[in-house]
Design a protein around this ligand. Sequence first.
Ligand code: CP
Ligand code: NVA
Length: 309
Amino acid sequence: MKHFINLKDIPIKDLKKIIRDAKKRKKLRGKFNALETDRGAPLKGKMLIQMFEKASSRTRISFYLAIKQLGGGTLTLRTNELHLGQGGESIADTAKILSTYGDGFMLRSDSDKKVKDFEKYLSIPLINGLSPSSHPTQVLSDIFTVEEIKKKPISKLKICWIGDSNNVLNSLIAASVKFSFKLNIGCPKKFEPKKEIINWVKKNNKKVYIYNDPIKAVSDVDVIFSDKVISLNDKVNKKYKIQKFKKYRINKKLLNYAKKDCIFLHCLPRGDEIDEEVFLGKNSHVWQQASNRVHVQKSILLYCFEKLR
Ligand code: CP
Ligand code: NVA
């Protein structure tokens, strides 16, 4: 069994294997209906328990489809419906119970400590479906999307992030180290990535390029990523933060500084960080990006269940 918690802790050869498998599976599915099972039903009879402490549309639906297409099933829980959430039951006991009934556990948590505690007590694979510090399934899937559209390994492309130094960016930084791609980050000085993350990059003899000028950050890049300025449960002064990010809003003018065939990606949901014109424009591939999560998460599930060929 293998967990999928943070990209930085997963060997690059495994990450690449997941992407290769997703590519093959996506091709083989052709025009299958959403709930049709892949040939061989590799996860037949397996149950994935999903638990959400925060809202989710894409992660929850795409994992539902992923496990179904592999021949298994899923049960989706909200913490507040469990004894755990009602304050009575410990993580240790909850993890034991989840491991008794289920075969895998996907958790979206509002606490990195909880993710660690579940990892400690579970005897089934744990998948991090977004935590305050990372969103690894999203970013691995985004690498798949970039390579699918650009038809090149991501290591040959210049990537840019315009936005907050949040969980998605942390995973993108980890990916830039693992997959060796150039990453520019455009954000206000006050909202740059945490020192410990930059130190980890340095320890790995890599670099990310931080600019407090959005034009410099997007200049000549192949891909622009963005995300909401205010993440779920972000306990900041919202007015102040939104004001600080005003000049980082992605509009047509800013896009013109990137390569002509630059693509725009966004994990969604979106806020005010992007103009409608760009979001729905020809450079944007956000719907393809969202749908690819099913394919990549299937291969992540197979990896966790040690069924990846
Ligand atoms: N991108 C993403 O994880 O979306 P949800 O919050 O809807 O799951
Ligand atoms: N950074 C966002 C991602 C949502 C998928 C959040 O944590 O809310």
